[in-house]
Design a protein around this ligand. Structure first.
Ligand code: MOS
Length: 738
């Protein structure tokens, strides 16, 4: 038996439950006689509901109620503002508040019936008359209305040096504008809430969410309930990618109906409705770079325009990468938003990083060609060991190793610099690269541990596993810390009554909850240790806690494995039936003096059919510096998922807005294109060694988002190398290459 698990590949502890269907999702928890709610969505993008006739729907036997702005209860929330943990500045959308329409497909009614089919049919009978007003949904057309968003965390740093002046002095310059459209999260699991109305009038809520306690706070605040009256559970999430960071309107509507009708209610959104509550915002980004003939960067100007709604200023870190990724002393950044008649955009995997780094890294490639310099050499020339945007050292930065190991694995040295110079029959071959970065954050998190006499350890925290492998890595950390076999450890999450944890987002779950799990297991270890010292003939009588370690079900002296006691024996001899502890891990103040990032170097090969303009991404090597890798197997899956998404971003994904209607038209998986297996070829992930004693007690930086950052730029750069065509608006579809 070996109980050192951290850093070793482990199968998902929840894998069997997921593939056998034992794992249950929000819309799969059944209770007797629950009702089904179907949402009626607005047909217009802006205006007013003049008449809403629900009589035909209500006349059907089995239709219980139709909730609209006309008959909805008066809720405390409607008179004051409430923000969820992921709200941008502004006033969150309030479903069924009044007759005003703020965006296309706004929920305007909830039809509640005894069966799903009946509710859906009845929803089709709800007659609505609107008065339309003219709407604006086009970012490009409204650019002159751009403004600086209200103050927000992560706003761009003030200018350093004088970039406007430096750019005019630079001998080599490029200036270009990059665009990408809105994109939508398309998790397999639709947003759903099953609200169980319990005999005592309290609610048991199964919600699709990235944070059960965020959903709970939302419900308790809006409906004026206590925490005990709204228990939120979400053991499994069928993908979310940011779409579950904010409580969505199906939760509000399901709770409202359950409260009013005193019955259990389920509301599941349709795939079309999944396109109605937040997306990666379309952006237009201008980047200007100036350099000396030897490649030394002399100026960076990065100005971004992004869409937002009329009621909230959605903001993300879009341009700040341009201040920290390279050594350049004259930098000027701007992030502006344009308020449109759309729903507020929403974090989507690598929010801001995926899109902002795309622009910067495309521009760096253009600059390399202007300089007649290898794109990798240009990056190395401007490598920085200091985050110049804050004048902080990095807590660790093995990006150089990413470049070196990635280039070697890829065979970058064999690249012919000239575009259109490499081919394979009628396919043009292109090689491109990009750098990626993602900020590392540790949030406050708590965990509880219970060790019982049968040697079983249960650790819990109200975090989430959106498919990232949280169950597995937390089990590994707990098992190794207390030297128990993996099978003896049970990790519980997704329950609002568990110790407090942040939303699962920002790649911070491993650093944050992982640190809490480690801390609580150490606490249990200390409790066992102090018990053990009091036992007769204890081998630890004169030892300190730092002298012992746990392995193979035993506590032993670090310098002598034979001086040991089994954990169960310690408990038995001390008459303990269980050992319980709770711990909270918070960022340490030493972090403040450092900038903390994961980094990546992404190398891509594309083959472009010369006649048809079709692009295949035939090879990707992504070298990642993400601190300590807790589980190489689940970690690799995270990066592969990110790369696949980067391929989608570069070549396929586009939420097409028909500006006549202000509506996303391709709102289903037939028309919203994402990569399928046939689009994916050779993906190779390298984790470079990186030790970081600053970021958090476990040294892990989080790997949920770095995989997508840089990938789209590397693909666009490879396409330029293959074809000699610089396409600056994503996705790069074949029509743009012909
Ligand atoms: Mo992620 S977009 O922080 O869920």
């Amino acid at each position: 038996m070996k109980t050192d698990y951290i850093g070793k590949p482990a199968n998902r502890v929840d894998g069997a439950a997921k593939v056998t269907g034992e794992a249950k999702y929000a819309a799969e928890f059944n209770v007797p006689d629950f009702l089904h709610g179907v949402v009626v969505s607005s047909a217009i993008a802006k205006g007013k509901i003049m008449r809403l006739d629900t009589r035909a729907a209500l006349a059907l036997e089995g239709v219980v109620q139709v909730f609209t702005h006309e008959n909805r209860p008066n809720l405390a929330w409607f008179d004051r503002s409430y923000q969820d943990e992921d709200s941008p500045p502004g006033a969150p959308f309030r479903p069924l508040y009044d007759e005003k329409i703020l965006f296309s497909m706004q929920p305007i009614a909830l039809v509640v019936a005894e069966s799903f089919e009946l509710a859906r049919y009845a929803a089709s009978l709800v007659h609505v008359e609107y008065k339309s007003e003219s709407h604006q949904s086009d970012l490009e057309a409204n650019r002159e209305k751009a403004y600086k968003p209200k103050k927000y965390k992560g706003a761009e740093p003030s200018p350093r040096g004088n970039a406007a002046e430096a750019i005019t002095q630079a001998e080599v310059r490029i200036k270009a504008e990059y665009m990408h459209p809105g994109e939508h999260h398309n998790p397999l699991e639709m947003h759903a809430s099953t609200v169980v109305y319990q005999p005592d009038g309290t609610l048991l809520v199964y919600d699709k969410t990235q944070g059960v306690q965020n959903s709970q706070k939302y419900i308790t605040n809006i409906f004026g309930l206590s925490k005990a009256e709204a228990h939120v559970i979400s053991p499994f999430v069928g993908g979310a990618f940011g779409s579950g960071l904010r409580p969505q309107y199906q939760l509000f509507l399901a709770v409202l109906a359950a409260q009013e009708l005193k019955r259990s209610v389920r509301v599941v959104l349709t795939r079309q409705q999944m396109f109605s509550f937040g997306h990666r915002p379309a952006t237009v980004q201008q980047v200007e770079l100036g350099a000396a003939p030897d490649g030394e960067l002399q100026a960076i100007i990065h100005e971004a325009f992004a869409e937002t709604s009329q009621f909230e200023d959605y903001t993300e870190n879009l341009v700040n990468w341009s201040a920290m990724l390279y050594r350049c002393h004259d930098v000027q950044l701007a992030h502006k938003v344009v308020a449109l008649d759309v729903y507020t955009p929403l974090d989507m995997r690598g929010p801001g990083g995926a899109s902002g780094v795309y622009a910067l890294e495309s521009a760096m490639d253009e600059l390399a060609y202007q300089l007649h310099m290898d794109p990798l050499e240009l990056r190395l020339k401007n490598y920085t060991d200091i985050d110049l945007s804050k004048n902080n050292p990095f807590s660790s930065k093995e990006l150089r190793a990413c470049y070196q190991q990635g280039a070697e694995r890829f065979g970058w040295a064999q690249r012919h610099p000239t575009p259109r110079s490499m081919r394979d029959g009628h396919n043009l071959i292109g090689w491109g690269l990009a750098t990626g970065a993602w900020e590392v954050e540790q949030q406050k998190a708590s965990a509880k541990a219970v060790l019982s006499l049968d040697g079983k350890l249960t650790v819990s925290s109200a975090t989430s596993d959106i498919g990232t492998g949280t169950y597995t890595i937390m089990t590994q950390i707990a098992a190794e810390t207390l030297g128990l076999p993996l099978e003896k450890v049970d990790f519980k999450l997704g329950d609002s009554s568990l110790p407090e944890a942040p939303l699962q987002g920002g790649s911070w779950t491993a650093p944050s909850v992982g640190s809490a799990v480690k801390a609580v297991c150490e606490k249990v270890g200390e409790m066992l240790f102090s018990q053990s010292r009091q036992l007769p003939d204890s081998p630890f009588a004169n030892a300190k806690f730092t002298d012992v370690t746990f392995a193979n079900g035993q506590m032993h002296l670090k310098n002598s494995a034979s001086q040991a006691l089994s954990i169960i024996d310690i408990m038995r001899q001390s008459d303990l039936h269980s050992v319980e502890a709770e711990a909270t891990a918070k960022p340490e103040s030493k972090q403040k003096k450092y900038s903390m990032f994961t980094h990546s170097a992404v190398f891509v090969e594309v083959k472009v059919d010369e006649d048809f303009g079709t692009v295949r991404v035939t090879r990707v090597v992504s070298a990642i510096a993400g601190g300590r890798v807790l589980n190489p197997k689940t970690a690799e899956s995270q990066i592969i998922g990110g790369i696949v998404w980067g391929i989608g971003m570069a070549l396929e994904e586009e939420s097409v807005m028909d500006h006549n209607f202000g509506r996303f038209m391709n709102h289903d998986l037939a028309e919203y294109h994402v990569p399928v297996n046939a689009d994916i070829h050779d993906l190779d992930v390298i984790f470079v060694e990186e030790h970081d004693a600053i970021v958090n007690p476990i040294g892990a930086k989080g790997l949920g988002e770095i995989g997508i950052v840089g990938t789209a730029a590397a693909i666009a750069n490879a396409i330029y190398h293959a074809t000699g065509k610089r396409v600056r608006d994503l996705p790069i579809t074949l029509d743009k290459l012909l």
